[in-house]
Design a protein around this ligand. Structure first.
Ligand code: HEC
Length: 276
């Protein structure tokens, strides 16, 4: 079972590479296969638990994490996000409507007109620049705080990414190819660490499963001592394997997020989260 998923995923990738249409990929089948793979690998862990990252693999770590989440270090950041949001409330209401609990769950989505993936952070900055406001930096600071405020208000809702066109399927597939392709000086793929070796230790870290990777972002990391977005994490993982990272919110990362979010469909939004 362990090998089957990657083989299936990479087979799909090579089939696509030689064909022009993205119709051979079935995202829903992929997602189901993802869930089944992790179920088979760790029968005692329910799919819903994957939203808690690597902590699910150790009772001790889980207890420490739960203690940290009782008085989480990201509470101030949520307040700051709320204040920032309310400062430009009229602008944001034009873009997102007046119910802050209904925003996070809409992202990421595939914009059928612009033919590209739109992330929550991308939409926040676009909303700002369209209204003549300055965009925020992508990886931390105000954008992460606003994202945290919106995630917090959406807690408990379920990831629900839709793929309804060939163009959307192609974006999903690009993200999926990115996820599978080995790269960097160590020639490692995201899948190698977060699928194949999930639950195992890499130096002092336990590797999380890719399932549920997007549910809890933005994340307050002890290592950062502040909040960071999902793309900040992507940059970090690419640097760790000595691969040249892409820019946060670049097309490859937006497609990667789209793939990761789709394969986490049905899991609860639980951001912002605390991580080591
Ligand atoms: C050498 C192994 C390795 C590779 C390759 C790797 N990562 Fe990671 N990644 C880690 C480690 C270690 C952590 C921190 C422990 C954890 O949460 O998994 C991490 C954390 C993450 C997290 C945060 C998980 C959480 O619960 O908050 C995400 C998301 C992530 N990686 C995505 C990726 C993506 C996407 C790629 C491919 C571009 C990638 N990683 C490649 C080792 C790796």
């Amino acid at each position: 079972m362990k090998k089957t998923l990657l083989i299936a995923l990479s087979l799909g990738a090579s089939v696509i590479a030689t064909s022009t249409m993205a119709t051979t990929i079935d995202p829903e089948k992929d997602r189901q296969q993802f869930v089944d793979y992790f179920k088979a690998k760790n029968p005692s862990i329910a799919p819903d638990e994957y939203i808690n990252g690597a902590y699910i693999y150790s009772a001790d770590k889980m207890a420490q994490w739960e203690a940290a989440e009782e008085f989480p270090p990201y509470l101030d950041a949520i307040d700051e996000g709320e204040a920032l949001y309310n400062k430009d409330l009229a602008v944001y209401e034009q873009c997102f409507g007046s119910d802050v609990s209904k925003i996070r769950v809409k992202y990421p989505y595939f914009d059928e007109t612009a033919k590209q993936v739109v992330t929550l952070e991308g939409a926040i900055n676009k909303c700002r620049t369209d209204a003549g406001l300055k965009p925020y930096d992508w990886k931390k600071g105000p954008i992460a705080q606003i994202s945290a405020y919106l995630a917090y208000n959406a807690r408990g809702q379920k990831i629900n990414v839709k793929i309804e066109s060939d163009a959307a399927r192609a974006a999903y597939q690009a993200g999926r190819d990115f996820f599978i392709k080995p790269r960097g000086q160590f020639n490692l793929s995201c899948a190698k660490c977060h699928v194949d070796n999930s639950g195992r230790n890499a130096r002092s870290n336990t590797l999380s499963a890719a399932l549920g990777h997007t549910t809890h972002f933005p994340v307050f990391r002890a290592k950062w001592q502040n909040l960071g977005t999902l793309h900040r994490r992507y940059v970090g993982c690419q640097k760790n394997i000595r691969a040249k990272p892409f820019e946060a919110q670049s097309e490859p990362y937006r497609n990667l997020e789209f793939f990761q979010a789709y394969t986490s469909n049905g899991l609860e939004i639980n951001g912002p989260g605390y991580r080591e």
